[in-house]
Structures are given as structure tokens and as C-alpha cells.
Design a protein around this ligand. Structure first.
Ligand code: PXP
Length: 239
């Protein structure tokens, strides 16, 4: 099975919000991403709505034809939103409200009870769950124990170590990915993946179900255009 590409469109909403109007129109951008070959769309509505707004999540759900992945910290407000909108997948991140971007995974041991209750609610609503974790086999095991359908590996440290020594950078990810496979749950990956480092990650861990990519992909689109950029990322995912 080919690894799916979910395009994170937070950055597009950041540009829209800078001028208060509706340019760029994120619904059109999402539809164009789908038309250009994205397998899904990811958004991360934050409490301050500095990029994706809660109303965007509802509007996107109504028009998307591919998989919709909503990420966020499971506050009451976030859970009310996703249980109402029912995207295909919800990815839980441990971010504090004002955090610039996700920079670590869950401690799935310390938060076991908290996460288990949420996994149950998501399962009852027919939503696939994914827990964002660092490359750590113990965190993967306890995510599975909490009932997660998938984990998403936080790939920031891989991306930062790639230029220096890619074999060293990927080693803990490969070990955790093998553990995830044995646990029988799905495997996602995301953060700081780019045209530079994506292919090696997928060639080494070809059983990744889905990557979600935002920052680098939208930056590349400024030069290459959205259509060519999505094609280039899909090319990296071709096994
Ligand atoms: N996965 C998660 C959980 C994230 O929070 C983000 C950033 O919103 C991404 C993936 C995408 O990261 P990037 O924008 O660096 O591609």
C-alpha cells in the first residue's frame, strides 16, 4: 500500500487571516489539493484560531472528498467539535494553547487513563484515532494500550538530524516503527518532512500509512506551484 499524503493547510489559513478577508480561500485550496493528487487534508484548529478556525473545520468536512484529519489538543471544546463534525481521523497532540507548533509527543504512560477515555469516545463516534508520539517504543506500546488505532511519529528530530547523518537520525524511528507494526496498529508520521528528507524516511519505513505535511510543502508551492509540488511529494512516496 502506498503511503498517503495528507496536506496540512494551516499555513494557507495563516495567510488568509493576515488580511481579514477570504484570500486565499482555504476551501478552494483544499479542493485544488485534492484535484492535484493529495490523498487527504489535515487541519489543526488552535484555541486562539490564529490559522484554522472552528468554522473552517465544519465547512471543510462538508466539501472534502478525500480523508479529513483534524489534529489538536483534546480540550472539551476540541472534542465537542470533532465529535460533531466526525472527520475520518483525529490526531491528538499534547500542545499547550499558545504553543507555536507541536514539538513533542504524548507521554502515553502518564496520560494513559485520560487518553483511553478519549479513544473510547472517538471509537464510539466512528472516528479513527491517532496519538502523536516521539520515536520511543514504550510510548507506542502505551498508545496501543490506550486503544489508539494509529500513532503519528513526531519527525522533527529526524528532519533536524538528517543533514548531519541520516542513518543515525532515522534509527529510533525505524525501531519504533517496527514496534508499531508488531503491535498491529497503524503508523503515521509528520512534522518538518520535506522534499529533502521524505523519500529516505519512506524508503526505510515503507509501511507508513500516512504523512501529513504543511510548512515545507506550502513553502515549496511558492516556487513550484501547488500542482507540481504535490506531484513531487507524491513521487517521494512512490515505492
Ligand atoms: N503533524 C502534527 C501533529 C502537527 O502538529 C503538524 C504541524 O501542524 C504537522 C504534522 C505538520 O508539520 P509541518 O508543518 O512541519 O509539515
Amino acid at each position: 500500500m502506498k503511503t498517503k499524503l495528507s496536506v496540512n493547510i494551516n499555513k494557507v489559513a495563516t495567510i488568509r487571516n493576515a488580511r481579514g478577508g477570504n484570500n486565499p480561500d482555504i476551501l478552494k485550496v483544499a479542493a485544488d489539493c485534492e484535484a492535484f493528487g493529495a490523498d487527504g487534508i489535515t487541519v489543526h484548529p488552535r484555541p486562539d484560531e490564529r490559522h484554522i478556525r472552528r468554522a473552517d473545520v465544519t465547512a471543510l468536512r462538508a466539501m472534502l472528498r478525500t480523508e479529513f484529519n483534524v489534529e489538536g489538543y483534546p480540550s472539551k471544546e476540541f472534542l465537542d467539535l470533532v465529535l460533531r463534525v466526525r472527520p475520518a481521523q483525529v490526531t491528538l497532540v499534547p500542545d499547550a494553547p499558545a504553543q507555536l507548533t507541536s514539538d513533542c509527543g504524548w507521554d502515553t504512560v502518564a496520560n494513559q487513563e485520560f487518553l483511553r477515555d478519549i479513544m473510547n469516545d472517538l471509537r464510539d463516534a466512528g472516528i479513527r484515532s491517532s496519538i502523536f508520539i516521539n520515536a520511543d517504543t514504550c510510548m507506542a506500546e502505551y498508545a496501543a494500550k490506550a486503544g489508539a488505532d494509529r500513532v503519528e511519529l513526531y519527525t522533527g528530530p529526524y528532519a533536524h538530524g538528517y543533514a548531519c547523518c541520516k542513518e543515525e537520525a532515522i534509527a529510533p524511528f525505524l525501531e519504533t516503527a517496527k514496534c508499531v507494526k508488531q503491535l498491529g496498529i497503524g503508523l503515521n508520521a509528520g512534522h518538518d518532512l520535506s522534499l529533502e528528507n521524505l523519500k529516505y524516511f519512506i524508503d526505510t519505513i515503507p509501511w507508513v500509512d500516512e504523512v501529513s505535511i504543511g510548512h515545507a510543502l506550502i513553502c515549496d508551492a511558492l516556487y513550484m506551484g501547488l500542482e507540481a509540488t504535490i506531484a513531487a511529494y507524491q513521487q517521494c512516496l512512490t515505492k
